[in-house]
Design a binder for this molecule. Structure first.
Ligand code: BTN
Length: 261
């Protein structure tokens, strides 16, 4: 890890560490969390050499994108930690929407799309001091990693038809700092609201930005592909799929392909 000269910039809400090149901001932040770094610690890197996505996939992270991870200590039951990813998706979609001037949408569980292509992904990681929840809960932290394709121009072959960047959609370069400045206050506001008022308001906002419900989908899960119409996202964050015969399946984790675009 190589540190930028301005390595720790403090503001009232966030303690932002700016690094030049890291393996993954999630790894750096997890280490800091284990060493006792406070809630609100943010690690932003100009590039990641081993950026990770969901399901162990690679997250291509050349200079020109926004790659950051944040330490939260929300005192949540272990089984509710996924709510932080929904919260981050809402803040990210709003930030991308503001900077691009285009309507950003969320595809379940937490991909942010511009013009139906993925522009942002979120990866959360629980750092437990004890391996046994719920005893671990109050001692734990959660790392929220957010990757936004800002000026990225090229993508790995497997995602070349489904990924995009803000710059590609608006047709001009975009300052990475502008995206960060749009994102952090929105995260702050959502997190304060969540701590004070629970998940209900976040879920309502998430549903307003959602582009999954009501669509014909195929969802790749660990158990196979589930096909049907996405009916809703239920209060546990599961995607409810209705099949042709009227039966329903709740999917807790998977990748959605929207079929009726
Ligand atoms: C996804 O697959 O959609 C999640 C992508 C998350 C990427 C971000 S970039 C910052 C943080 N560090 C990582 O290695 N991954 C996350």
């Amino acid at each position: 890890m190589r540190a930028n000269p301005q390595s720790a910039i403090h503001n009232p809400k966030w303690i932002v560490h700016r690094l030049e090149s890291v393996t993954s901001t999630n790894d750096v932040t997890a280490r800091m969390a284990r060493e006792g770094a406070p809630e609100g610690t943010v690690v932003v890197a100009r590039e990641q050499t081993a950026g990770r996505g969901r399901h162990g996939r690679r997250w291509s992270s050349p200079p020109g994108g926004l790659y950051l991870s944040i330490i939260f200590r929300p005192h949540l039951p272990f089984e509710d930690l996924w709510q932080m990813a929904f919260l981050a998706a809402v803040a990210s979609a709003e930030a991308v929407g503001q900077v691009s001037g285009l309507p950003a949408r969320i595809k379940w569980p937490n991909d942010v799309l511009l013009n139906a292509r993925k522009v942002c992904g979120i990866l959360i990681k629980a750092c437990l001091r004890s391996a046994v929840p719920p005893a671990a809960d109050l001692q734990s932290s959660i790392i929220v990693g957010i990757g936004i394709n800002v000026n990225n121009q090229e993508f790995d072959l497997e995602i070349s038809q489904t990924a995009t960047s803000i710059a590609l959609e608006v047709g001009r370069p975009v300052a990475v700092e502008e995206v960060e400045e749009a994102l952090l206050p929105r995260l702050d506001a959502r997190y304060s609201r969540y701590v004070a008022g629970g998940f209900g308001p976040i879920l309502r906002e998430w549903r307003n930005l959602d582009c999954t419900a009501g669509r014909e989908v195929a969802v790749s899960t660990a158990e196979g592909v589930v096909e049907g119409r996405a009916v809703e996202i239920d209060p546990r964050g599961d995607l409810v799929i209705e099949h042709e015969d009227g039966t329903r399946t709740c999917v807790a984790a998977g990748d959605v392909i929207i079929r009726d675009t």
